[in-house]
Design a binder for this molecule. Structure first.
Ligand code: NDP
Length: 330
């Protein structure tokens, strides 16, 4: 019988100020969902840092436990699909957003959110990938589905040293694509090259503030984790029938575009919504990541922290300073 569990807890104090830190809570605070999972690893994503600040666009109510990713062992289950002792992975759905998340010794969740640990990956590796890797894989899948083959030409990846960006660079390079990495951290050019980038450029090259409907055609495709003016520029820089997989908003949420890239160049803007991906497609993405798209040396991308070390990392990711993936050992 477990009485208490440890988690990273976000709440509002009497003055309405958001406070956060590691604390111990009574077990029944986890609610009554079908499957109880003892978490071994979680991870830090940009969305988690927003949740840790109580951002109303991510968290519906406080108090809250962030962590959109969790990997661990089933402790108890009222659903026959999952048995105690089974290794499982949870990413997205409502975990760490509307529902308490993986920065916790335990999560209690609906069975439909859970994926059995894919054969070929360890629990730790699934969290090095986490929602970031899952998202990068969906972006790559979107390019392939829309006709972008490895010999198509240059594929630009923005926010390239971040979680989604680093894994997109690595995966695309491994599949034989010619990757151009866009970063604000020019000092990390050789690191990006070691992940497979053929070329590294600064953020300014994909930031054109003019209102021209089209810019010189340059990229065959793109994975954009930044949004805003960066995505606006990339759409106008894509070549005929170019594809951009758009997943991020660290640089802004508004798009100021005309229809010309779509009507004159056949450009495809493919949206990626990891949390909402239906279960069968979710399984297929994990099978890809564990099988033909399995990335080598994942450990080299990861920094491991404890719950009590998360505070510093939250500040860093909000400043855009994180490199690669941060995983949380529970
Ligand atoms: P990270 O912080 O790890 O990566 C973001 C990277 O973007 C930074 O490392 C930095 O890379 C770059 N960056 C940061 N701020 C700016 C800025 N103001 N302008 C331009 N570039 C900037 O975050 P994640 O990888 O976790 O997430 C990336 C984005 O993708 C977030 O917006 C997140 O919400 C979104 N996301 C969306 C998902 C979906 O389903 N749609 C799923 C997962 C993530 P560099 O210094 O190399 O330029």
């Amino acid at each position: 019988m477990i009485d208490n569990f440890t988690c990273f807890y976000v709440e509002k104090d009497a003055a309405g100020k958001v406070t956060r830190g590691v604390c111990s809570l009574p077990f029944d605070a986890l609610g009554a969902d079908e499957v109880l999972v003892r978490v071994e690893y979680s991870s830090l994503n940009y969305k988690d840092a927003l949740a840790a600040g109580g951002h109303p666009g991510v968290v519906r109510t406080l108090p809250h436990v962030p962590g959109i990713d969790a990997a661990g062992i089933v402790e108890a289950s009222t659903n026959p699909r999952f048995l105690p002792g089974q290794s499982v992975v949870i990413t997205g759905n409502d975990l760490g957003a509307g529902h308490w998340g993986g920065w916790s010794q335990f999560v209690r969740i609906p069975a439909d959110w859970i994926v059995p640990l894919p054969a070929g990956l360890s629990l730790k590796e699934t969290m090095i990938l986490g929602t970031a890797g899952f998202t990068a894989a969906q972006c790559v899948q979107a390019l392939i589905t829309n006709g972008i083959a490895p010999d198509a030409g240059e594929v630009v990846v923005t926010g390239a040293t971040g979680g989604v960006g680093s894994l997109a660079v690595k995966l695309l390079a491994q599949l034989g694509y010619q990757v151009v990495a866009v970063t604000g951290k020019s000092q990390l050019a050789s690191t990006l090259q070691s992940w497979g980038a053929k070329q590294v450029i600064g953020r300014d090259e994909v930031l054109n503030a003019t209102t021209k409907p089209l810019l010189s055609a340059r990229w065959a495709a793109a994975v954009d984790t930044v949004g805003g003016q960066t995505l606006t520029t990339i759409v106008r820089q894509l070549r005929d029938y170019g594809v951009v997989a758009a997943c991020g908003l660290v640089g802004g949420t508004e798009l100021s575009l005309s229809v010309h890239p779509f009507l004159l160049r056949g450009v495809i803007l493919a949206g990626i919504a990891s949390a909402a991906l239906p279960y069968d497609r979710r399984l297929r993405i994990w099978e890809q990541l564990a099988g033909p798209w399995r990335m080598s040396d994942l450990n080299l991308l990861a920094t491991e922290v404890s719950l009590s070390e998360l505070e510093e990392k939250i500040q860093q990711i909000l400043r855009g300073e994180i490199v690669g993936r941060t995983i949380v050992k529970i």
